[in-house]
Design a protein around this ligand. Structure first.
Ligand code: SF4
Ligand code: SF4
Length: 336
């Protein structure tokens, strides 16, 4: 229970990916003293690992100091990145203490070709990823590739596995593209990126097929079709998630999702609440969500689409109200 604490370090990002679930961007960063306090409080619960997400976490102006904070408190860590800044960040990771505590880097990679990846994420970013992976390989840093599968890249799943294998990666995770509506572009349905629930199942089958063919670890990230009371790392009380404002958020997948202003995922403001108090409320909220599911199953109101747990959470926390205007979409009925 509670082994990992995730910090959404910043609202900054140098990309505007077509499917991003962040609603807006800006120079807002989590405060260092707050992270320092929360790490100390988390230690009392035997939390041992820290995760940095964003936005693009390496753009936090005190990214290096944050690493040192985590390391000095005795935590291990990893971070998620789009790899654009990696050439500058990489040397920072190599001091003996920082390197010893680093458990790896998770790089978002949305196509096996430069054309596909760059069209979805940022021009020139595919090449920077290849450079970043080479730097990691040369210095013994583990890399996980994470591909969000959509209508425009799903044909490259196998090619992605081949590419990752040739780059020497040990792990490749595929993730479903949840319906999102970034403020700066059309929503993913209008962009033709969203797959249907049936296609999601096909993606899961393809990931399983590839996993059986390749020696590297290949799997779906959470969000795949599961039993109603499936417990992800959040619902099994493994992960604690803190957003860039210092709020305890129900889950990192929700903390900055479109329509985050509704804030239903925010449990407490940790700037003026202890972590222990916040975790008590969090456990209550997890129980509430699971009891809601149990009631829906008992009443026959738990649909097949509800078995995609992250999509269920998006509805539960009112993150996709815009889907109600898309009655022709297989997801719209579910959101209504
Ligand atoms: S998906 Fe990640 S890299 Fe892309 S715009 Fe959003 S936060 Fe930035
Ligand atoms: S969105 Fe819900 S199901 Fe998905 S990881 Fe978060 S808590 Fe778990």
């Amino acid at each position: 229970m509670f082994q990992e604490i995730g910090f959404e370090l910043t609202r900054r990002c140098n990309f505007r990916c077509l499917h991003c679930f962040r609603e807006d961007f800006g120079p807002q960063d989590i405060s260092l003293p707050l992270v320092a306090r929360l790490l100390k409080e988390a230690k009392a619960f035997k939390v041992t690992h820290a995760v940095f997400t964003g936005g693009e976490p390496t753009l936090h102006p005190q990214f290096e100091a944050l690493i040192d904070l985590v390391v000095s408190e005795g935590f291990t860590y990893h971070f998620v990145t789009n790899a654009w800044t990696f050439q500058q960040v990489h040397p920072l990771l190599l001091t003996p203490a920082r390197k010893a505590a680093l458990r790896g880097v998770s790089i978002s990679m949305d196509g096996a070709t430069e054309e596909t990846h760059d069209s979805l994420r940022h021009p020139g970013s595919f090449r920077r990823i290849i450079q970043a992976v080479s730097l990691c390989r040369a210095t013994g840093i583990d890399v996980v590739a994470q591909m969000v599968v959509n209508a425009k890249n799903r044909h490259e799943m196998e090619q992605m596995a081949v590419l990752c294998g040739s780059l020497g990666l040990k792990r490749l995770f595929f993730a479903h593209l949840e319906p999102t509506s970034p403020a700066y572009t059309k929503n993913t349905i209008d962009q033709g990126l969203t797959l249907s629930p049936h296609e999601w199942r096909q993606v899961e089958a393809e990931a399983a097929r590839l996993a059986s063919l390749f020696s590297m670890e290949i799997r779906m990230s959470v969000g795949y079709h599961e039993a109603p009371l499936f417990q992800c790392r959040t619902l099994s009380l493994y992960s604690i998630n803190v957003n860039y404002l210092g709020h305890l958020s129900f889950c990192c997948q929700l903390s900055t999702f479109t329509e985050s202003r509704t804030g239903k995922d925010v449990i407490v403001d940790l700037n003026n609440t202890s972590l222990a108090e916040g975790l008590g409320f969090f456990v209550d909220e997890v129980g509430k969500l699971q009891r809601t599911k149990i009631a829906q199953v008992a009443e026959g109101r738990f649909s097949d689409n509800d078995q995609f747990p992250c999509f269920y959470c998006l509805k539960y926390f009112d993150k996709v109200p815009w889907l109600k205007d898309y009655q022709e979409s297989p997801w719209a009925f579910e959101a209504a």
